[in-house]
Design a protein around this ligand. Structure first.
Ligand code: G6P
Length: 611
């Protein structure tokens, strides 16, 4: 989604703003732009497409300045083109914006006689509003504050003003925004996330809902929604800029796939404790996470995080006897769910900023439920607003297609389900210990699964020409089939669907024809035979079947599949964490074979901060 970077300094900022935009590319965008104040005079460049197009415009006609704002836009109102790219300008004002101004049509109509609009965006109205207030003779500070009061919706802004050489104005309501403190407090920054400012500073101040601020080279002032000056805490971000480099890997996605033995270990260490003596380290789970208090769990998420929740439903119900309701966040609050006051709400979100998931969390908070957020970004809005914030420790995930965050979410949820089983007394201690040691062996098994890389790369070449593919599984492998299909469609643009293998006969089998790729997930477990029967049903109708199984499953089903990927043997409890690795590699290599933009697939955003 859209990204913002701003620098208030005394030295040239263009190159550093462009560097910041490149760090925001991972969020997904379709145009970009930059505005700077050169000795107080406003200068702007914008371009459709990738940042290199913007760089080309800057090299055609050089610009530089000491203060500037820049933006990557993911189109919402208006097609991706130069006219709709930010910064938007009106008179003395240039503004970049993330989010949606909900009353923009109303405002636009009210300004129609006085102002000419040059874009289809909701954002442009903000530039006009501030410029109108300035024209009335208000100071920049008063003009900005007065304009904010006229806006409804979700926004994060950065704004600069011609002939006002020392200041950037910014505001946050509904969309995250952070200030950065530069070395020796000689420069200050603005960013929609820590990544944008990673090369500049690790000292951030996250603005709170309704806050607005003025940044200057030597300082900053923050005000709350009543325009009262406030102090906000400084957060020091761990992990340096090196974390955002690809290193020896061709893509961030591949790097992140390979990081999984390490990231899963980190998640396990957090939830099981260093010595891993006890199934779940009680001290890391706030007292509110006493699973005996709850009679059901509500899991809410979007995209890949939703599929992590769908696997966790099997875990919580099977090992802890806890009923789980799971829903995609965009549906949850609008269907007026019947909520039990003894339910524990858990939002699952890599970014901790997804608009629908955040709205669901707030909805449940208003309804008086205990809320938890399982997130990768502990400085995120969800982590700050939930009663209990639980990290997954996956480290920055840059590839739009989520991989290491997914396995880290699964790992945390598996550990939490064991914690619930222990506190609720639904499993014998010996069984909890056995499943815990299975969980502890997951990083090793993932490393072994990664050794299948070259073999899977070869199989991907067979999948690449397909127009459509199906993924089948049973039990906790069903959400893994959904996630595998999602990975393939996200980055290769091949139409792919996941199905519960038992549902096949109720419709999708009509789509099977000669050569249709069907990827069947069937590690050896109590459902193996049933899944293999479904495999035969599609094979006998001409499907090209790839069986993903373990060595026992391979021995039993070898003759029935066209291709086989034999993943390391694991307990059925942890098997979703292993089969998913093969599907990540399959999607990755298929996309590479097709030459798509693996890390920034078309139309997709890493963090979806609008509904
Ligand atoms: C976007 C991303 C997905 C992600 C989903 C939910 O669609 O492209 O990779 O799974 O949002 O994001 P979250 O940050 O809430 O996990």
């Amino acid at each position: 989604m859209c990204g913002i970077i701003g620098i208030a300094g005394r030295s040239q900022v263009t190159d550093r703003l462009i560097d910041g935009l490149k760090r925001l590319e991972y969020r997904g965008y379709d145009s970009s732009g930059i505005a700077v104040l050169t000795d107080g005079a406003l200068d702007r460049r914008r371009a459709k497409g990738k940042i290199k197009q913007l760089e080309a415009r800057i090299s055609e006609s050089h610009m530089d300045g000491q203060i500037g704002i820049a933006h990557t836009r993911w189109a919402t109102h208006g097609v991706p083109n130069k006219a709709n790219a930010h910064p938007h300008r009106s008179g003395r004002v240039a503004v970049v914006h993330n989010g949606i101004i909900e009353n923009y049509l109303e405002l636009r109509e009210s300004l129609a006689g006085q102002r000419e609009f040059t874009s289809d965006t909701d954002t442009e109205v903000v530039a006009h509003l501030v410029d109108i207030e300035l024209a009335k003779g208000l100071s920049p500070r008063d003009a900005f504050a007065a304009s904010l009061k006229q806006l409804k919706g979700a926004y994060a802004f950065g704004l600069i003003i011609d002939d006002n050489p020392d200041e950037i104005y910014c505001a946050r309501a509904g969309s995250p925004l952070a200030l950065g403190i530069g070395p020796h407090k000689k420069e200050h920054y603005l960013g929609s996330d820590a990544m944008a400012m990673a090369q500049l500073t690790n000292q951030l101040i996250y603005l709170e809902e309704g806050d607005w601020a003025i940044l200057r080279p030597e300082g900053y002032e923050i005000f709350d929604e009543t325009d009262t000056p406030v102090t906000r805490e400084i957060t020091v971000i761990e992990g340096g800029p090196a974390l955002a480099e690809k290193g020896k890997y061709a893509h961030f996605m591949l790097k992140e796939i390979y990081e999984q033995p390490e990231t899963v270990t980190r998640t396990l260490t957090h939830y099981l404790g260093d010595k891993r003596e006890r199934p779940v380290k009680g001290t890391d789970l706030a007292p509110a996470m006493d699973f005996t208090k709850f009679d059901r769990i509500i899991l809410i998420a979007c995209g890949t995080a939703y599929y992590a929740g769908a696997v966790a439903k099997y875990w919580f119900e099977q090992v802890a006897g806890l009923a789980v309701d799971i829903d995609v966040a965009s549906e949850f609050r609008y269907r007026r769910p019947v909520l039990s006051e003894n339910a524990l709400f858990i939002a699952i979100s890599q970014s901790g900023e997804t608009a629908d998931t955040l709205a669901a969390l707030r909805y449940c908070q208003e309804e008086g439920l205990t809320t938890a957020a399982l997130v990768n970004v502990m400085t995120s809005t969800m982590a700050r607003e939930a009663d209990i914030a639980m990290p997954i420790h996956a480290g920055p995930e840059i590839g739009v297609a989520s991989t290491k965050a997914f396995t880290a979410q699964l790992t945390a949820l598996a550990a939490l389900s064991l914690s619930a089983a222990q506190s609720r007394g639904t499993l014998e201690d010996a069984e909890i210990l056995r499943l815990t040691s299975e969980l502890i062996s997951v990083p090793r098994l993932i490393s072994e699964a990664l050794e299948l890389d070259a073999e899977i790369e070869t199989q991907a070449k067979t999948l690449a020409p397909a127009r459509s593919a199906f993924y089948l599984g049973r039990g906790a492998q069903v959400p893994i089939a959904f996630e595998g299909a999602l990975k393939l469609k996200e980055i290769s643009y091949i139409h792919a669907e996941g199905y519960a293998a038992g549902e096949l006969k109720h419709g999708p089998i009509a789509l099977i024809e000669d050569g249709t790729p069907v990827i069947v997930l069937a590690p050896m477990d109590e459902l193996y035979e049933k899944t293999v029967s479904n495999l035969q049903e599609v094979a006998s109708r001409g499907a090209r079947v790839t069986l993903i199984t373990d060595s026992a499953g391979a021995a039993a089903g070898a003759s029935m599949a066209d291709d086989m990927i034999t993943v390391p043997t694991s307990d059925p409890f942890t098997a979703p964490l292993i089969t998913t690795i093969a599907l990540q590699l399959l999607a990755y290599h298929t996309a590479v074979a097709l030459g798509t933009d693996v890390d920034q697939p078309r139309n997709l955003a890493k963090s979806v901060t609008v509904e």
